[in-house]
Write a protein that binds this ligand. Structure first.
Ligand code: ZN
Length: 302
């Protein structure tokens, strides 16, 4: 088993290495122009073990300075693989985001590139307020990512890519879109975390915490304490996602576009869960992010 996993992860890594990304990334309607390469060495783990071998490093000039970005892929001692994004700006560096290479028994050797969106930064003062603040950020950030066309589950898991080693390709998006999206989520997450040394001018800031830390417990009431609930019956399991894609021949059932046409494919409840639709194969369908967004708008408008 270990060898198969290793081989599949290596196939994925090679695909990433061989894909040349343009020097600009797209965040919704915004374009962040950068250039390939970084001035400083951004090395968090042992040299030589990064399976991406510095193939995906970029510098983006932003208001705060030159934001250097390095993607690195590592295998840990338990043979799990994880793709990391490190940033460095004005001498401050940190890890902003990572995705696991996850396999599921249900869908053979398919590799899901997924990670839960959550915030873990610490603040001085009330632990309860800090927790509420992190949850707020999680809700706002997941909402923003959905609006930008990302596939976020009800458990706040981001599904960034689904890789089929036998096809040697991603089945729900293209490799350059995947790389673009991974960098976008990482940079936005760094902005939201607020402790990575930069802020993007195109987004509001969520890090002005000083004023809420007066130590008065009654201020907790001013913050929505709503937790992103684990809506387990509504949540579509990873293993089922590949089955739905396969059933629909890896195409959007509404417009027919697939990953090769530049579409990002999501899995959707045909009859919405809120209207009694079940999380079963026959009530699930493949929709591209554009059709999915117009469908959810239609339900909101109705
Ligand atoms: Zn479509």
């Amino acid at each position: 088993m270990k060898n198969d996993k290793h081989k599949d992860a290596e196939i994925f890594a090679r695909l990433l290495r061989e894909t040349k990304l343009s020097d600009k990334i797209t965040i919704g309607k915004f374009i962040l122009q950068g250039k390939k390469g970084v001035k400083d060495t951004i090395q968090y783990n042992q040299a030589g073990l990064d399976i991406l071998r510095n193939e995906h490093e970029y510098t983006f000039p932003i208001l705060d300075g030159d934001l250097q970005v390095s993607l690195q892929l590592y295998e840990n001692i338990s043979n799990y693989y994880r793709l990391f994004c490190y940033t460095r700006i004005n001498g401050k560096q940190g890890m902003t985001f990572s995705v696991n290479l996850t396999t599921e028994k249900e869908s053979e050797n398919v590799i899901y590139l997924t990670q839960r969106i959550k915030f873990a930064e610490q603040y001085e003062g009330s632990a309860t307020l800090a927790q509420a603040h992190r949850r707020q950020k999680q809700i706002v950030f997941c909402d923003l990512l959905r609006k930008l066309g990302f596939d976020i589950t009800d458990n706040s898991d981001l599904i960034l890519g689904i890789f089929d080693p036998t096809k040697k390709s991603l089945v729900n998006t293209s490799v350059d879109k995947f790389l673009n999206d991974f960098i976008v989520v990482s940079i936005l997450k760094g902005h939201f975390q607020g402790n990575k040394g930069y802020q993007l001018e195109i987004l509001p800031t969520y890090n002005k915490l000083d004023y809420i830390f007066t130590g008065k417990d009654d201020e907790i009431e001013n913050l929505p304490l709503k937790i992103v609930e684990n809506k387990s019956k509504r949540n579509i399991p990873l293993g089922m996602r590949y089955k739905v894609l396969k059933k629909d021949d890896f195409k959007c059932v509404a417009c027919g576009h697939n990953a090769n046409d530049g579409a990002k494919l999501h899995i959707d409840h045909k009859t919405p869960f809120s209207l009694g639709g079940l999380t079963e194969l026959n009530n699930l369908q493949t929709l591209c992010s554009d059709c999915n967004i117009s469908k959810s708008n239609k339900y909101i408008d109705a």
